[in-house]
Design a protein around this ligand. Sequence first.
Ligand SMILES: [Zn+2]
Length: 266
Amino acid sequence: MPEGHKTHHIAREHTKMFAGQPLKVTSPQGRFRGDAKKVSGKVFDRCDAIGNHLFYRFEGDRMIHVHLGRYGKYRTHGTPPPSPIGLVRMRIVGDLQSIDLNGPTTCRVVDGQTMANVIAKLGPDPLGGGKKSDAWNRIRTSTKPIGALILDQSIIAGVGNIFRAELFFELGMDPRLPGNEIHKAAFDSLWRTLLKMMRTGLKYGKIITVTRREAGVPLATLEGGERFRIYKKDTCPRCQCPVESIEIAARKLYWCPACQATPSRP
Ligand SMILES: [Zn+2]
């Protein structure tokens, strides 16, 4: 599933491609056809990302709400676009470029009120200028493990399974630690590190948690697992112990029990 840096990256790219243009919006697959007609031909303003949600704003209080989910995927083409590949739910054609969207969880036309309702259910998005204190107030009063709280989109929007593993490893934090046993200073450092990781992800369009020095090559050239320190690794890069995995919030979390042993609040 794409994590928050990816939706912000997509929003930026699609705004650059289409801002100020009347867009042709269709649904080659058919499932989005009725809604597509509501915005097709209207002038597109910009695309906003909030957590893992995208909102394509059009004139007249209309917007396309997209959540990619696990299988959603965009393809970019020139104009005119080629024949649809697979089940294209939404096709947007601008002056010079076009995009196809396959397999999203959500793709619908909504108004500003519905958009506000979606956002109201989300926690602060670090990349969207969300307030750190909103997340802290939820975390410090919860007895759930921090490894579960961090994936809860109503507490912090935009964190997925890779950021989660990499974040706790960088912090040396035990992901089983209950929220109410976390020091304020440790949470501040968590937020700061998460923001740094998400900004790097936004810059490169992919999650990269190793440093230039650790990688030994320019970060932009990194692909696949070489971008990470702990996610799906066999051995810990710090202590060489075997990396373990535990299930927290129904997702597999990779961690090094030797390096991630944060003492709880005294
Ligand atoms: Zn280790």
